[in-house]
Design a binder for this molecule. Structure first.
Ligand code: 13P
Ligand code: SF4
Length: 377
C-alpha cells in the first residue's frame, strides 16, 4: 500500500473528538464552599508530606492545583521546567499534575522514583495523533533525516527519536542541528514545526498533528480584538496556526509567555494559549489586564474554548483520590526505556549547557562592568 507521508497517517480528529467528549464528562464540578476547599487542601498537603511526594504542575491545570504545588514546595512550570524539577528534586515520589506524556517523561528521567499522575486518563491530542507504528513507517521512509520529536508524545515515539524538544527549547535545538547541516524529520505538531522551520530555515519534513486547543484560535477574531485594544501586546503559543502566530508580539512556551507578561511594560495583553495560564499571569502581574484570544466557536460550537479537557482532569479531588490509593505509579516498558531516556536526556543536557553558557556570560558581563567601574573611577 502506498502511503503519502506525512498527511494520511495523521488524522487524530475522530479519536480526539470521542476522547474529548468522554473526558469532559469526567471533569469534576467546582467546590461550593471555600471552607471545604481549604480543608481538602490542608489534607492534601499532609498526604504529600507523609508520602515524601512533591507536586509538579503545569500552568494549564486548575488554579487550586497550581497554588497547592507552590504552597507545598513543588513547582508550576512549562514542560521543560516540570521535567527538570522532577528530575532534580530529592523527594522519592513525583506527583505530576498535567497530562500523560509529562508523567511518563518524569519516570523515564527518574526511574528510581515513584512517579504518579494525578489522573490516568489525562492525555493529549498530539500524543493521540502520533501512533508509534505509523511513526515508525514515517521514520523508515526517511532514513537520512535526524528525528526530532516534541515532548507531547509517547515513550514509544520518543524511543524512535534522536532528540526530544519542548516548545521552550525547540528553536535552539533545531538551530543547532541546522548549523551542523542536518536534515530533519519533525513530529507531531505541524504548527510548531512550520514556525520553527520558518525561523531557522532548516530542512524539516513535518508530521501533520495538532493541538485541539491551540488549533482553535482564529486570526480574524484576534484581529478584531486587537483593533479594540490597539495598545495590547499579543502573546501566542507556537502550537497555534501560522495566521495567528503572524499577529504575535511574543511567541513562546507557557513560561516564556508568562515572563513576557510580567516584564513587558504594556498594561494589556491578549493571550493565545490555554486559559489556565491566566491564573499565573494575574497573580504575577495583578495590575495588568489579560484578555483571552478568541477561538473558532462559542459555547456548543466551540471544541475547547481554550481549555484543554485533559488538563482539566487535574482537580483537588482527583489528587486526593490518587494520594489515597497511589499504587505503583507510572511504568515504562523495559524495551522503550533506554531509547526514550537517551533522546530526552539529550534535551536536558542541551538545556543545562545553555543555562551554563548564560551564567558564564552573565558573570563575564558583571566582571566587565566591575572592571569598567574601576576604570572609570
Ligand atoms: P509548554 O511546554 O509551553 O508548557 O507546552 C506544553 C503544552 O502542552 C502546550 O499545549
Ligand atoms: Fe496536548 Fe494541547 Fe492539551 Fe497541551 S493543550 S496537553 S498540546 S491537547
Amino acid at each position: 500500500m502506498i502511503r503519502h507521508f506525512p498527511v494520511d497517517v495523521c488524522q487524530p480528529d475522530a479519536k480526539d473528538a470521542l476522547s474529548r467528549q468522554i473526558t469532559w464528562h469526567e471533569v469534576p464540578s467546582k467546590f461550593n464552599l471555600q471552607s471545604d476547599k481549604a480543608t481538602l487542601k490542608q489534607a492534601l498537603a499532609k498526604q504529600l508530606k507523609e508520602q515524601d511526594a512533591v507536586l509538579v504542575a503545569h500552568y494549564y491545570t486548575d488554579p487550586d492545583i497550581q497554588d497547592l504545588a507552590l504552597e507545598t514546595g513543588g513547582c508550576v512550570g512549562d514542560s521543560l521546567e516540570m521535567a527538570r524539577f522532577g528530575q532534580e528534586h530529592e523527594a522519592s515520589t513525583v506527583l505530576v499534575a498535567g497530562v500523560g506524556f509529562m508523567a511518563e517523561s518524569a519516570k523515564i528521567l527518574s526511574p528510581e522514583k515513584r512517579v504518579l499522575a494525578v489522573h490516568d486518563e489525562a492525555t493529549c491530542s498530539l500524543d493521540l495523533g502520533c501512533a508509534p507504528e505509523d511513526f515508525k513507517q514515517f521514520c523508515a521512509a526517511h532514513p537520512d533525516r535526524e528525528v526530532v520529536v516534541y515532548a507531547n508524545t509517547s515513550a514509544a515515539v520518543k524511543a524512535q527519536a534522536d532528540w526530544v524538544v519542548t516548545s521552550s527549547i525547540a528553536l535552539d535545538i533545531v538551530r543547532h542541528l541546522h548549523a551542523q547541516g542536518k536534515k530533519l524529520l519533525w513530529a507531531p505538531d505541524r504548527h510548531l514545526g512550520s514556525y520553527i522551520q520558518k525561523q531557522t530555515g532548516a530542512d524539516m519534513l513535518l508530521w501533520q498533528g495538532s493541538c485541539l486547543v491551540h488549533d482553535e484560535f482564529k486570526a480574524d477574531g484576534l484581529k478584531a480584538l486587537m483593533s479594540e485594544h490597539p495598545d495590547a501586546q499579543v502573546l501566542v503559543h507556537p502550537e497555534s496556526p501560522a495566521s495567528v502566530v503572524a499577529l504575535a508580539d511574543v511567541v513562546g512556551s507557557t513560561t516564556q509567555l508568562l515572563r513576557a507578561a510580567v516584564n513587558h511594560p504594556a498594561s494589556t495583553f491578549i493571550v493565545a494559549t490555554d486559559q489556565g495560564i491566566l491564573h499565573a499571569m494575574r497573580q504575577q502581574a495583578p495590575e495588568k489586564t489579560f484578555l483571552a484570544a478568541p477561538t473558532a466557536g462559542e459555547s456548543a460550537t466551540c471544541k475547547s474554548c481554550a481549555y484543554c479537557p485533559w488538563m482539566a482532569l487535574n482537580s483537588l479531588e482527583a489528587l486526593h483520590q490518587r494520594l489515597s490509593q497511589p499504587g505503583p505509579g507510572i511504568q515504562v516498558a523495559a524495551e522503550l526505556r533506554e531509547g526514550a531516556r537517551r533522546s530526552l536526556q539529550r534535551m536536558m543536557d542541551f538545556a543545562a549547557a545553555q543555562q551554563n553558557d548564560l551564567r558564564v556570560s552573565a558573570d563575564l558581563a558583571e566582571h566587565s562592568q566591575q572592571f569598567q567601574h574601576i576604570g572609570a573611577a
